[in-house]
Design a protein. Structure first.
Length: 189
């Protein structure tokens, strides 16, 4: 049994849901999991006690959350030599733009995760303020995405989320060697 850290930053809640699903799946493999919102890290927290880490954040206006960036900068040395995954959640998960956002995050933090995974998020028109709904509709119109603001649009591939947890569990259990960089799941808008 390994002790796994899932550190996340979520603006609208989807990345938190993904973190929860990852934790449940890893616990199903018999691993201990600590889920940590990087906006409220307990005083004296140490990432050094973990055997693996998943860091997850969502992209908004081309960037990941500053709390996530600061967390990784503060704890990146503890991640060295561990199986690590960076899960970047966005509406453009299936496009090269998503990979650029994830690579920029790695460069800004000085962290080289063992695996980078781009996951689809949700276009939550019904939960947005009037102005944000107009802005998101305009962006989606330019990018050829969904513009019906009377409903939300789901882009998260939950099987890809489960697969991510299963791959990490396999590495921790010695059933898989190395790590494959790449993308999993989700078409985005």
């Amino acid at each position: 049994m390994a002790d796994v850290l899932i550190a996340y930053a979520s603006t609208e809640g989807r990345t938190a849901e993904i973190a929860t699903q990852l934790a449940e799946r890893l616990r199903g493999h018999g691993h201990a999991v600590t889920v940590l919102d990087t906006r409220s890290v307990p005083r004296g927290f140490s990432a050094g006690r973990f055997h693996a880490a998943i860091v997850a954040g969502s992209v908004h206006y081309g960037r990941h959350q500053s709390s996530l960036r600061k967390f990784v900068q503060r704890h990146r040395e503890a991640f060295e030599g561990l199986p690590t995954v960076f899960a970047s959640v966005s509406l453009s998960a299936g496009h090269p733009e998503a990979t650029r956002h994830a690579e920029r995050f790695a460069a800004e933090t000085g962290w080289q995760p063992g695996e980078i995974v781009n996951l689809g998020g949700v276009l939550a028109y019904t939960r947005y303020s009037f102005l944000k709904r107009l802005l998101m509709r305009s962006i989606m119109n330019r990018k050829g995405g969904p513009t019906n603001t009377k409903r939300d649009w789901e882009f998260t591939d939950w099987r890809a989320v489960e697969s991510l947890a299963d791959r990490l569990a396999a590495r921790l259990e010695g059933r898989e060697t190395g790590s494959a960089e790449g993308q999993a799941g989700g078409a985005g808008g």
